[in-house]
Ligand binder design. Sequence first.
Ligand code: URP
Ligand code: ZN
Ligand code: ZN
Length: 461
Amino acid sequence: MSTLIRGGTVVNATGAVAADVLVQGEKIAALVAPGFEVQADTVIDATGKYVIPGGIDGHTHMEMPFGGTSSVDTFETGTIAAAWGGTTTIVDFAVQAKGTSLLSTLDKWHSKADGNCAIDYGFHMIVSDVNDTSLKEMESCIDAGVNTFKMFMAYPGVFYATDGEILRAMQKARETGATIMMHAENGIAIDQLVAQAIANGDTDPVQHALTRPPELEGEATSRAIALAKVTGAPLYIVHLSAAQALDAVTKARDTGQNVFAETCPQYLYLSIEDLAKPDFEGSKYVASPPLRPKEHQGELWRGLRTNDLSLVSTDHCPFCFKDQKELGRGDFSKIPNGIPGVEHRIDLLHQGVVRGELTVERWVEISSTTPARMFGLYPRKGVIAPGADADVVVYDPMARQTLSVETHHMNVDYSAYEGMELTGKVSTVLSRGKVVVDDDGFHGGAGHGRFLGRDLNQYLV
Ligand SMILES: NC(=O)NCCC(=O)O
Ligand SMILES: [Zn+2]
Ligand SMILES: [Zn+2]
């Protein structure tokens, strides 16, 4: 089965060129100069459109247990929503519960995801119990294609790891070539501020941000960077939200330290003003780190332009307003943490191109190519080139759309971006050569997506 995507502009991180893309089976077979005659079973007209590598969202939480409830997108619903938005690979987090092993955790996440994903998927591992056994088990995880391990400086008593535990895990990462991913917020100090706010009767959602000040993200980020430097391990800061944290990352990168950071669309577009919305509406925007005052957004866009921020992931972690966010009415600390967004990352970042903040190549780089490199998937993913998986998005840069819960495909009862008007929209999505989304709707299904055992990250600052 062959498909020719004809008449578009192929955009890679390295440049944009008018070319036709020939897909044979699951792979890209060739890029062909426009006008050359090529036989194919099917032709997709991409005139006036971009042809880009499928998005790679390196930070999602499908079916994730949190605070006595669970994120509401299943691997099936979440990966279908991702495909609608032009994302053809996710890397989701398996979550080690304290007292359990990493390998049993991996088995558990495979049983949730295998046979249920509509696009390709891999796993990171959240390590919440650092001990001799789990450190040894990191080696088996790496053999099983899971070589990125997230740790938490936040959430004492749940996921929190001490500096000593982080140091030991980083030493293991240095020894094995793995990467430590860090949730960098000073959870010990934050817990004090939270307890004080609640004791004062300050219980509204906005308190979530006021008790997690940006300085405590900056401090934790600096500490993680110092620990990484001492051990010689590469470090990946997840969901960076604050200018203070970006400053620490920028300085480390300027000295050549292998420190990388992602930000997320919610930190680029939403702010503490959303958390302050009345009638408990603010709960829809509770995630950690919290949404910041608007002035942080400009710094994050600057970081994306200058490559101090390497990539953008969603941290998609959907909890319904009704019944789930409601758990924290009267006590903001009980609001499940997370914001939905897996469907909108490519479109929201495209606004940076529309506004002239990002080049079209940089848009592709931060949403597909760099995640592929960072997470050991390149050049199988993240590039339109012969031999790569035919994960291809035909993107109409002129189409208009309005984001809404009425039209999104995520399994959640609100949109964090309700009413936002965007320029640009996905036209057609191929996942390993199969058209899964086009003008007629969704043609993929659970089970099409394959597990991706990932290579070690070879990517350097
Ligand atoms: N970010 C968030 O609030 N929820 C998901 C878990 C995490 O990434 O820390
Ligand atoms: Zn986190
Ligand atoms: Zn997360």
